[in-house]
Design a protein around this ligand. Structure first.
Ligand code: DLL
Length: 430
C-alpha cells in the first residue's frame, strides 16, 4: 500500500530532475544562514553554480558541531515568526541541538510518517499505541502526526507505567505498537509476567537505537507481531526519514526528500553500494533548518538491489554510531553485535550491560548478562558451563576475548527509551 505513490516510486530522469531542483533550492535556503555562507564561501561554491547532482561533492560537509555553535537559533534560515515548533536533541554531551520547523516542515514530516506507516500495512481500523516519549524528543509527536493523518486510532501512551501499557493493549484492542526496541522487550517481559496474550497485536515499529536481526526475531515471537525498523534523527525532522517495507530487507530512505551518501569517515571519500561507512544526508525540502551534507555519525551502507515493493533507495540496518564503536585491544565492536550474539544463546536472556576497564594497561570488556529464567535454578554457581559457553561463542563471533558474568534474571536495568548498555570506566581509573 502506498500513501504517496507518485513520490514513493518516482525514478530515473524524473527523480533526478526533482532532486536537482530541490538541491539547488536547499543550497539557496542555506545561503540565508550565516555559518553556511562562510562554509560555502570557503568551499568556493554557490547555489547558482549547481548544474547537476554530481556537484553535490563540491559542497562542504556539516556536522553536529556546526549546529551546536549556532545554539540556540543560529542555524535557522527563517525568522522565528515562521517557526511553529521546536524540538531539541537530548544534549547528553554539551548543549542540545535545536531544531526548528515551519508549518510546511511539519506537513512534509507528517507526510513521510504517513508513507512509512502505510507502507507496513497500517491504516484506518488500526489502533496504534505510541509508546515513545512525547515532548522535546521527536519520536512521540513525529509518529503521532503521521498515525493520525492515515486515520488510525492513536493512543498517545508515551513511555512508562508498563503494566498499564499492557492493559491498554488488551482493553483497547491495540493492533500496532511503536517503541524503542529496548522498551518493546520490556513490554514483552511484563506482558508475560501478567499472563497477557496480546492477541490483537500484529505490527510493531521500532527504532531510535540500534538493534539486531535476532532482536527482531525475539520481539516478533514474544509479542506475536511483524516488527519493522524505523530510522531518523532530530536534525532530519525526527523519525520517518527511512523505514522498512514489508520485505524487511533494508530501509527505504525517501529519495524525493533526502540525498544520501556513504563516506569513509576518516577521508571523507564517497563509498559505493555495499560498502559500509558513515551516512551523510542532504535533506531536500527542509525550510526552517536546511542542512548540507550532514554527517550523521551513523554506520550503514547503501543497498542497490531492486526492491519488489517498487520503492527506491535503501540502506542497511544501522550498526551503531561511529562514537558507539568500541575499540578493544584493536578490535572494533558495536554493542548491536554483542546483542545479536547473546540472543542466539537460549541459556541467557536479552538483558546485558557492557563495562570497559583498563587493567594493567590493557582494555578489558566485561559483559554482564542475565541468565534465562528457564535455565536458572536459584544458584548462579551451578552455571559455570553456561558462562564458559557464552564467552566462547562471543570470542568466536567477535574475535575478541571478553569476561562474562552471569547475573540473576530480572536484575539488570530496563530502559523505557533509548538503552544505555555500555559503561566505559577507563577514564575513572587514571
Ligand atoms: O531517535 C528519532 C527517532 C525516533 C527515530 C523514533 C526512530 C524512531 P535522535 O534522538 O536525534 O532522533 O537520535 C538519532 O538515533 O543518529 C541513530 O544513531 C539512532 N537511531 C535512530 N533510529 C535508529 C535505528 C531519533 N532504527 C540517532 N537503528 C541516530 C539504529 C537508530 N539507530
Amino acid at each position: 500500500m502506498f500513501w504517496n505513490k507518485a513520490m514513493e516510486t518516482i525514478s530515473g530522469p524524473d527523480l533526478r530532475t526533482l532532486q536537482l531542483k530541490r538541491l539547488t533550492w536547499t543550497v539557496r535556503q542555506a545561503e540565508k544562514v550565516p555559518f553556511y555562507q562562510s562554509l560555502l564561501k570557503n568551499a568556493g561554491i554557490r547555489s547558482d553554480a549547481i548544474r547537476s547532482l554530481d556537484d553535490l561533492v563540491k559542497l562542504p560537509f556539516t556536522s553536529k558541531k556546526d549546529l551546536r555553535l549556532g545554539y540556540p537559533f543560529g542555524s535557522l534560515a527563517v525568522p522565528l515568526t515562521e517557526v511553529v515548533r521546536i524540538h531539541t536533541t537530548s544534549g547528553t554531551t554539551g548543549k542540545p541541538t535545536v531544531v526548528g520547523y515551519t508549518r510546511a516542515d511539519l506537513e512534509n514530516w507528517a507526510d513521510l510518517m504517513a508513507r512509512d506507516l502505510t507502507m507496513v500495512g497500517l491504516g484506518p481500523g488500526d489502533v496504534f499505541q505510541n509508546a515513545l516519549g512525547y515532548g522535546l524528543f521527536t519520536g512521540g509527536l513525529g509518529f503521532h502526526a503521521g498515525a493520525e493523518k492515515i486515520g488510525m486510532t492513536v493512543i498517545p501512551s508515551a513511555t512508562g507505567n508498563t503494566r498499564r501499557q499492557i492493559e491498554m493493549i488488551e482493553d483497547f484492542g491495540v493492533t500496532a505498537v511503536n517503541a524503542t526496541p529496548s522498551y518493546a522487550m520490556r513490554l514483552a517481559e511484563v506482558a508475560e509476567e501478567m499472563g497477557a496474550g496480546l492477541e490483537t497485536l500484529r505490527i510493531g515499529t521500532f527504532g531510535a537505537e540500534p538493534w539486531s536481526e535476532n532482536m527482531r526475531r525475539e520481539l516478533e515471537e514474544r509479542l506475536g507481531i511483524t516488527a519493522y525498523d524505523s530510522y531518523g534523527m532530530s536534525e532530519l525532522y525526527g523519525p520517518g526519514a527511512a523505514f522498512e517495507c514489508e520485505e524487511k530487507n533494508g530501509l527505504h530512505f525517501w529519495h524525493d526528500s533526502f540525498l544520501i551518501e556513504i563516506i569513509n569517515p576518516e577521508t571523507g571519500e564517497q563509498l559505493g553500494p555495499g560498502e559500509r561507512g558513515e551516512l551523510v544526508v542532504t535533506p531536500l525540502v527542509k525550510e526552517a533548518m536546511p542542512l548540507i551534507r550532514y554527517r550523521t555519525g551513523d554506520i550503514t551502507m547503501i543497498l542497490d538491489d531492486v526492491c519488489p515493493c517498487g520503492r527506491g533507495q535503501k540502506i542497511a540496518r544501522i550498526m551503531g554510531r561511529s562514537d558507539d564503536m568500541l575499540v578493544i585491544r584493536g578490535i572494533n565492536v558495536f554493542p548491536s553485535q554483542i546483542e545479536h550474539v547473546l540472543l542466539s544463546l537460549p541459556e541467557v536472556g536479552e538483558q546485558f550491560m557492557v563495562y570497559i576497564d583498563r587493567i594493567h594497561h590493557l582494555d578489558e570488556m566485561t559483559i554482564e548478562v542475565e541468565v534465562n529464567r528457564d535455565y536458572f535454578s536459584g544458584e548462579l554457581g551451578d552455571l559455570t558451563h553456561v558462562q564458559k559457553r557464552v564467552a566462547g561463542v562471543l570470542r568466536d563471533s567477535l574475535n575478541l576475548r571478553t569476561r562474562v558474568t552471569l547475573v540473576e534474571p530480572g536484575s539488570l536495568p530496563r530502559f523505557e527509551g533509548k538503552a544505555k548498555r555500555v559503561i566505559d570506566r577507563r577514564g575513572d581509573i587514571w
